[in-house]
Every structure is written in structure tokens, then in C-alpha cells.
Design a protein around this ligand. Structure first.
Ligand code: HEM
Length: 386
């Protein structure tokens, strides 16, 4: 019996190829726009402003950063258009029928359904208007003379790209209980933290590939860059795990459903990919960071350059590949393991929320310990990370 029949027999609907491509494409587009602008604001821009940098290194990275963001604008525009068409098509219509701008405009202008406070089309209209603005701001960076405004454009595109996903999470019916507030909220926390993590990794791996155009002293700049991003990544890991566990609980009614249902199996594959990313990140945090600190202490520009621009990016490219794998699995998380297994829907209670709070505190504590341990390892090598 083929996979499709097995899945159908188990009440699982395999998404159409067009839906797989449009959904993964949309989240890749968000990785490019949200992930890169947040990483630019939190890690790249502060590192580039450090006084000890070689001006030529900072200029080379700013040029590459500008081009990367410009292409991220193009990807966001195309992926956003196809995602909108896929939303119009839903599960019933072929995607091709929804690609015509006129049909999309009618979809966006459709009147509000009964019981809603706003038309779903209007929410999508606002979302796509914001995404269009974000793309336009980013694409402007293709123009060389506009690139001296990289800071302003990147920091303008950031809130626009963020709003581009957050607006889509606005419920069109008044939430009737806590779950109807927590579900869309944690879904957006999940999307933003996931796309910043994967998008930031992809950006820095691509910037690091400019190694051949950088001076032999660029290691100091990159040591600072990787350190700053590792803090961003740690926060994202905490947020994506917390929100992922909430959504996992909502869709999976018992551990055994992870291998007895198709939905569960895809989630298991996804979690395995994410855990592999965390392990790879751990190699950088606990193995490479202390060696970078030691090289800095020894003032060895050559080994600093080798560690920050050869070894570190190699591990990061692996994380990027795993992250893209995660986004490729996401469209297969359609339906729910609970409904496949005939389990009742999950409804939160005070007890569940208390466990959730405890989980968040435990995760925060473990991330704090991670930072302190990595610092201690670096200090033992004689110098805290820069
Ligand atoms: C790199 C890490 C991760 C990324 C980039 C990521 C990304 C995503 C994205 C983009 C969605 C779709 C949200 C939507 O359609 O509204 C999603 C859904 C989901 N994710 Fe993740 N995720 C990650 C890690 C995790 C982890 C660690 C878990 C579990 C512990 C998890 C569990 C889920 C679940 C249950 C869904 C809901 C799917 C549904 O709507 O049925 N994710 N994830």
C-alpha cells in the first residue's frame, strides 16, 4: 500500500506538491526578510561599528549585506504572491486558477463572513500590502548609491517584514477562550523565532563566504559577530522549543501518536532535524568559541581567521541545511495526529499553563547556564569572549 493510501487510510491528507512548495517557499521568504534584518540589527550592524575593524572589511561586508537583503526582497515578493494564491486556492482549487491578479484582488475584497469582526480578505490585504512595502525597501538596495542608507533601509524593512507575518495571525473572530488567544500568539512566536534562527544562520554563512575579500585581521570582527549571533540563536531556540511544544501538545494526544500517525511521524522527523541543529550549534558554542577566545588571547590573526571564517561557517552551513529540511517538513504537518488517532482536542487548563510556565523557566535557566558555561570555557582559556 503506497504512502498516500497509508496516509489516507489513517485520515491524513498529503498536501499537494504546489502547497508544499508555496508554504515552504513562504517561510523561506520570511527567513530571508525577517531573519536577515533581525540578525543585521542585533549582530552584524553592532559588530561592523566596532572601531578596531579594518574599514575595507566593513565596507566589503556592507556591500554583501546589501545585495543579500536586496535578493531577500525579491524572494519575499515572489513567495508572498504564491502563498496568497495558495491561500485562495485552498485544498479544492488548483493553484494555477488563483495566480491571476484579478482573481486575487476579488479574494482580498471578499466580504466578511458571518460572525467575523473583519473580512479574512482584508487581513490578507493588509498583510500583503506590508510584505510588498518590505520587499520594495529591500529591493532598493540593488541600486549602488542607495547602499549608503543600508542601516535605515534594513531597520525599516525589519518591522515591515515582522508585521507581514504577525498580521496574518490576527483572528477574524473574537477569541472565545484563552486557547484562541494563545494558539495564534504562540504560532507567531514560533514562526518569528524559527525564521530568525534559520534566516540568521543562512545570512552569516553567506557573508562569511566573502572570506577571500577580507583582510587577515577580519577574525576579530567575525569573533564578535558569531558571539553576538549566538545570543540571538539561543533566544530563538528557547522560543521555538516552547512554542513548538505547545503546538505539539495541541496536535499530538500522546507520545505513541508520534509513530502511529502520519502527522506524528513528520513531527518526529522535524524535531530530530531541530535537535541536530542544536547539537551542531553546541559544537560551535562549546568547542569553537573557546578556541576563538584562545586565538584572540594569543593574538594569532591567522588561526582566528581560520576558526571564524573556515571552521565556524562549515558547521553553520550544516545547520542551514538542517533548517531548510525543517521548513521542507512543515507543509506535511497538516491536519492533526489527535484527529487521526481519534483523540479529543487539547484544551488548556490552569495546570497545563502552569507546566508551560515551568517549562519556559527551565528553558531560560538552561540557556543562561549555556552562556555562562561557554564563557567559563573561554575564560579558562585565559580570556572571556570579546
Ligand atoms: C528550526 C526550528 C523550527 C522552525 C524553523 C519551525 C518552523 C515552523 C513553521 C514555519 C511552522 C508553520 C506555522 C504555521 O503554518 O502557522 C511550524 C509549525 C509547527 N511546528 Fe515548528 N519549527 C521549528 C521547530 C519546532 C520544534 C522544535 C517543534 C516541537 C517541539 C515544532 C513543532 C511544530 C508544530 C506542532 C507545528 C504546527 C503545525 C500545524 O499547524 O499543524 N517546531 N514550525
Amino acid at each position: 500500500m503506497s504512502f498516500v493510501h497509508l496516509a489516507a487510510a489513517a485520515g491524513y491528507t498529503t498536501p499537494a506538491l504546489s502547497r508544499i512548495l508555496t508554504k515552504s517557499g513562504y517561510f523561506l521568504g520570511l527567513c530571508g526578510a525577517v531573519g536577515s534584518t533581525v540578525t543585521y540589527a542585533a549582530a552584524v550592524r553592532p559588530a561592523l561599528r566596532a572601531p578596531q575593524n579594518e574599514p575595507a572589511d566593513a565596507a566589503a561586508l556592507r556591500r554583501r549585506m546589501s545585495l543579500y537583503l536586496a535578493w531577500a526582497g525579491v524572494v519575499l515578493l515572489v513567495a508572498g504572491y504564491f502563498e496568497l494564491a495558495a491561500r485562495r486556492a485552498g485544498r479544492s482549487k488548483p493553484l494555477g486558477d488563483s495566480l491571476a491578479p484579478g482573481r486575487l484582488w476579488d479574494f482580498l475584497r471578499a466580504p466578511a463572513a458571518k460572525g467575523t469582526w473583519v473580512a479574512q480578505g482584508t487581513v490578507y490585504l493588509v498583510q500583503n500590502a506590508v510584505l510588498l512595502l518590505a520587499s520594495a525597501v529591500l529591493v532598493a538596495l540593488f541600486v549602488p548609491r542607495v547602499r549608503r542608507h543600508l542601516d535605515v533601509l534594513a531597520l525599516t524593512a525589519l518591522p515591515l517584514a515582522l508585521a507581514g507575518t504577525l498580521v496574518a495571525g490576527i483572528p477574524v473572530t473574537a477569541p472565545k477562550d484563552a486557547d484562541h488567544v494563545l494558539d495564534p500568539l504562540l504560532d507567531q512566536v514560533h514562526i518569528v523565532s524559527g525564521t530568525v534562527w534559520v534566516g540568521g544562520l543562512a545570512l552569516l554563512a553567506t557573508l562569511a563566504a566573502a572570506r577571500g575579500r577580507l583582510s587577515e585581521n577580519a577574525g576579530v570582527l567575525w569573533a564578535d559577530l558569531w558571539r553576538r549571533f549566538s545570543l540571538v540563536a539561543l533566544v530563538c531556540v528557547g522560543a521555538v522549543l516552547t512554542s513548538g511544544l505547545w503546538m505539539g501538545w495541541k496536535h499530538v494526544g500522546g507520545i505513541s501518536q508520534l509513530w502511529t500517525t502520519t502527522y506524528g511521524t513528520f513531527l518526529l522527523v522535524k524535531v530530530a532535524l531541530v535537535l541536530s541543529m542544536v547539537v551542531a550549534g553546541g559544537v560551535n558554542q562549546f568547542w569553537l568559541m573557546p578556541r576563538i577566545a584562545r586565538a584572540r588571547r594569543a593574538d594569532s590573526a591567522a588561526s582566528l581567521l581560520d576558526l571564524t571564517l573556515r571552521h565556524f561557517p562549515r558547521v553553520v552551513w550544516l545547520e542551514v541545511a538542517l533548517g531548510v529540511g525543517v521548513l521542507a517538513v512543515v507543509p506535511f504537518l497538516s491536519g492533526s495526529a489527535r484527529s487521526q488517532a481519534g483523540s479529543p482536542p487539547a484544551v488548556s487548563s490552569g495546570g497545563i499553563l502552569a507546566v508551560g510556565v515551568l517549562l519556559v523557566l527551565t528553558l531560560a535557566a538552561s540557556l543562561y547556564i549555556t552562556v555562562r558555561t561557554s564563557d567559563a570555557l573561554s575564560r579558562r582559556s585565559g580570556l572571556a569572549t570579546p
